[in-house]
Design a protein around this ligand. Structure first.
Ligand SMILES: Nc1ncnc2c1ncn2[C@@H]1O[C@H](COP(=O)(O)OP(=O)(O)O)[C@@H](O)[C@H]1O
Ligand SMILES: [Mg+2]
Length: 311
């Protein structure tokens, strides 16, 4: 593929985001728009995010709100490395807050490794109107926007360069009509690259949740994520330890698969709360694979629920 062709494809995909051009979908888009408009009439403020969160954004990085997005709290979910279950924790936090009666959305900002739609069994195309795209709704009424539902097939790899990917994250904010949300969870790609940087700089984040697993480097990984947030002036709400232990199916004994956890010490050193220690549970993986992640109850996240509800 030539560089020109590649650019054309990128532009195509981005156009996709802006509006559903298919006339057949116009009626559905109109219905959704009307529904949202009704809901929005009850809102007092037309800005998303808390004032404190907005005031942290440097003037150069301010991105435009969508007129039809009214989001009370924006929460980033980050991890130092991939495969620690960050997306599972993001979805579980969303499901927990949803079942507590809040309106909730997930922005899947892991553009090159999107896994949120699969966990909810979401397929199909995004529709939109002149104000932007509509997120998809999961069966438990969580609003989701992800690169995966914008691609031609789920197997299409996203092989774009950092700045282009970071641009998509901004579009997921500006060009998506999120409607009325109490919480928008942003599933960030792992590490400290272009996309987390853009999200930290541009989105009115109330704070971040760090997800980790109990392995040797946990102290370094958590501190790196913590320091990045500090440098960007974003509060760290706490840390979630995933794969914390496994319960023996026969006797219920807790087995520390990855060795003894040090998360309490690390969190204590940084002065941040532990928001939950999640077991490794084959039923969690199975429900996620089946696209019914919302059927899993994750009681270990109740400290997180309390912290989020208090924001
Ligand atoms: N606590 C857990 N118990 C069992 N399976 C889990 C758990 N956390 C995550 N998984 C599964 O492990 C896989 C990787 O998790 P995922 O959330 O996609 O990781 P990441 O987003 O950090 O790359 C997924 O199939 C997910 O369902
Ligand atoms: Mg993921």
């Amino acid at each position: 593929m030539t560089e020109e062709e590649r650019q054309a494809r990128i532009n195509d995909a981005i156009e996709h985001l802006k509006a559903g051009q298919d006339p057949e979908k116009a009626a559905e888009a109109k219905r959704l728009a009307e529904e949202r408009e009704k809901a929005l009439m009850t809102m007092e403020s037309n800005e998303s995010g808390t004032e404190a969160a907005r005031s942290r954004i440097a003037p150069d990085f301010v991105i435009q709100d969508n007129p039809n997005s009214h989001i009370r709290h924006v929460i980033g979910v980050v991890s130092g490395k991939g495969g620690v279950g960050k997306s599972f924790v993001t979805a579980s936090l969303a499901n927990l807050m949803r079942s507590a009666g809040y309106s909730v959305g997930i922005m899947d900002a892991d553009i090159t490794g999107p896994s949120i739609p699969k966990m909810y069994g979401l397929h199909g195309e995004i529709i939109g109107d002149e104000y932007g795209s509509f997120p998809m709704q999961t069966d438990n009424d969580v609003e989701v926007m992800s690169m995966n539902v914008l691609l031609e097939t789920e197997e299409t790899p996203v092989i774009w360069r950092g700045p282009v990917i970071a641009g998509v994250v901004k579009q997921f904010w500006t060009d998506v009509q999120w409607g009325n949300l109490d919480y928008l969870f942003v599933d960030m790609p792992p590490g400290t690259g272009d996309v987390p940087l853009t999200a930290f700089q541009s989105l009115p984040l109330d704070g971040i949740v760090i997800v980790t697993s109990p392995q040797e480097l946990v102290s370094i990984i958590v501190k790196k994520a913590y320091n990045m947030a500090q440098m960007m002036n974003v509060p760290v709400l706490g840390v979630v330890e995933n794969y914390s232990y496994m319960s023996c199916p026969h006797c219920g004994e807790k087995i520390n698969v990855f060795g003894e956890s040090t998360i309490d010490e690390v969190a204590g050193e940084l002065g941040i709360p532990v928001m939950g220690k999640l077991p490794m549970d084959p039923a969690y993986a199975q429900n996620a694979d089946l696209g019914i992640c919302y059927r899993s109850e994750v009681p270990a996240l109740s400290p997180a629920q309390e912290i989020l509800a208090a924001l």
